[in-house]
Design a protein around this ligand. Structure first.
Ligand SMILES: CC(C)(COP(=O)(O)OP(=O)(O)OC[C@H]1O[C@@H](n2cnc3c(N)ncnc32)[C@H](O)[C@@H]1OP(=O)(O)O)[C@@H](O)C(=O)NCCC(=O)NCCS
Length: 145
């Protein structure tokens, strides 16, 4: 059974494994602890029978504004509504914190994620040339809550 909840300290290692598997960026593992400490309410995990199959990390960047930094769902668990459930829970949580806008960036080549966000009400805001370490461009997107 699927469960989405706030991250707990014991979840951090499995989240790092899912991030490694699902995202092209190679993050220093210590940043996951930093996000947990700075904004635990924006750090969500999706579990299937106690096993972490997806996660979302977002932070509040300024009063009223949040930013999604990472979202990943294990390949075998995609297209089952897990990404949507993580996003919906994040937005619900941010609304309770008077957040009125959520920003994010997505690789211009990541058409799956781009469509995922567009269908969930995120609008293209700008193209950010060379945003990623490998020089790839990003789309900046935002959703008013
Ligand atoms: C983007 C990502 C997080 C989406 O996660 P997901 O769990 O597949 O998302 P969902 O299942 O909620 O939605 C995906 C699609 O599956 C469909 N879907 C949802 N539940 C479904 C079900 N029970 N059966 C079949 N399809 C279903 C949804 O309709 C959705 O399609 P739509 O966008 O056409 O509406 C995932 O593809 C991923 O991890 N990608 C790699 C990492 C990445 O790119 N992250 C974003 C970087 S910014």
């Amino acid at each position: 059974m699927l469960l989405v909840r706030q991250v707990q300290p014991n979840d951090i290692f499995p989240v790092i494994a899912v991030a490694f598997e699902t995202l092209p960026e190679r993050y220093n593992p210590s940043i996951f602890n930093q996000f947990y400490e700075s904004c635990p309410e924006g750090f969500l995990v999706a579990l299937d029978n106690d096993s972490i199959v997806g996660f979302l990390i977002g932070i509040r960047t300024s009063p009223g504004i949040a930013r999604i930094l990472m979202v990943g769902v294990q390949d075998a668990y995609r297209k089952k509504g897990i990404g949507s459930a993580l996003l919906a829970q994040f937005i619900k949580e941010m609304k309770t914190q008077q957040v009125t806008r959520v920003d994010l960036e997505v690789r211009t080549s990541n058409t799956v994620a781009l469509q995922f966000y567009q269908k969930r009400g995120f609008l293209l805001n700008a193209t950010l040339p060379g945003f990623y370490q490998n020089g790839e461009n990003a789309y900046s997107m935002r959703k008013e809550l």
